[in-house]
Design a protein around this ligand. Structure first.
Ligand code: GDP
Length: 169
């Protein structure tokens, strides 16, 4: 059945240590985990059934902000059909980085209306919170990769946003 399912590339962005790899692992699941090495990128492929329709996401965890080569940076910012920008609710600096990345991405991909989801991860660490909840904001969700809280909802949200754009064209 796989041939006709649309496939989308979802790129994870955000500072080191915010939980990108943990979210990718939680998305892929231990059993279904499918690690692909593509041009040195690490990608996790999974087909989700959302609202009765199947969609395949290829989640790419290749962002290394410390890498100097600007081609790597711009490649990451160009290849995604959708972006998940992650910060940690326990690290205000990571929230600032995420906000800057969102602005940079919007300007680089100005002509396209790509889904960008801002994710406040580590929501289980309530006592260490440094970033308040952006209550009710669209394109925003808090997750805990450690407790698997809201991880499914995050990627289902990505699928719905991608479909809205597809149908709008
Ligand atoms: P990355 O550098 O953005 O890929 O971050 P990692 O996925 O490697 O996670 C960095 C550290 O944060 C690891 O020690 C993880 O176990 C921890 N971590 C990731 N997500 C969560 C979370 O939701 N809650 C808690 N408490 N720790 C987390």
């Amino acid at each position: 059945s796989g041939c006709w399912e649309p496939q989308y590339r979802v790129v994870l962005l955000g500072d080191p240590g915010v939980g990108k790899t943990s979210l990718a692992n939680a998305f892929a699941g231990v059993q279904e985990r499918d690690l692909l090495e593509q041009h040195g990128e690490v990608a996790y492929e999974r087909t989700l059934s959302v609202d009765g329709e199947e969609t395949t996401l290829l989640v790419i965890d290749a962002w290394e902000p410390e890498r100097r080569e600007s081609w790597h940076r711009s490649h990451c910012l160009q290849v995604g059909n959708a972006y998940v920008i992650v910060y940690s609710i326990t690290d205000h600096g990571s929230f600032e980085s995420a906000s800057e990345l969102r602005i940079q991405l919007r300007s680089m991909r100005q002509a396209e209306d790509i889904p960008i989801i801002l994710v406040g991860n580590k929501s289980d660490l309530v006592r260490c919170r440094e970033v308040s909840v952006e209550g009710g904001a669209s394109g925003f969700i808090e997750t805990s990769a450690a407790l698997q809280h809201n991880v499914a909802e995050l990627f289902e949200g990505v699928v719905r946003q991608l479909r809205l754009r597809r149908e709008g064209k």
